[in-house]
Design a protein around this ligand. Sequence first.
Ligand code: Z5A
Length: 212
Amino acid sequence: MIKNKFIVVEGLEGAGKTCACIHIKNILKKYNINNILLVRQPGSTLIAEVIRKLIKKKFHSDKLTKETELLLMYAARIQLVQKKIKPALKKGIWVISDRHDLSSIAYQGGGLGIKRTVIDQLKSLFLHDCNPDLTVYLDVFPDIGLKRILNRHSLDIIENRSLEFFKKARNSYLKNIKLDKKSIIINANVNLDQVNKNLTKTILIWLNKQII
Ligand code: Z5A
């Protein structure tokens, strides 16, 4: 038997997070785990989806300050955690989240330069014990990730930032993920088949360790 878990998938845009969330869900189903909630951040509640649109929209005569951006990311996260993630985990439902607070550390911290102590304060004030049981970090070089999403759609306001911004975000991810014992790093620079194979292998090893 395995107790329900909170799994987070992190990485730069085009790393393949959405694909990985679906792949992990399918692996869990093979283990007869069918009670699964899949969410994305920012988003996945009515209010958090409105905040998502606001963050991604370009306002020509106004621009989000980095602090406003951080607080909006957190507002969407708090809404999702309190309204969906925590209640689901309480009911024994597995939760897979496409991004969580590590994204704020990487983008608003590493990328925009907001002090880590500020982000940590928000986390301790509002997220309490809502920490993932497993974080899967898909590591992609920024230029490779951006090329993948350019094939799909035009770039939004965050995606339009400089390569330098994404390099800083990646460095922050790598620095922090290495300190997290409940995390795994998957090389996402290779083709999707190879990523899925590595993901399956590592998730199965992790799942076997969770059996009680
Ligand atoms: N953000 C933030 O700044 N702070 C925060 O706290 C949070 C978020 C929570 C969310 O936008 C934005 O908010 C994001 C970070 C910021 N902005 N940026 N930039 P989003 O949800 O629209 O963006 P995203 O989270 O980065 O998702 P994405 O662009 O869709 O990327 P993805 O989910 O990692 O990739 P995918 O959808 O699975 O795959 C993308 C394409 O690549 C697709 O056509 C796949 O078939 C292809 N793909 C995937 N993997 C591969 C491999 N391995 N090889 C070849 N092709 C591949």
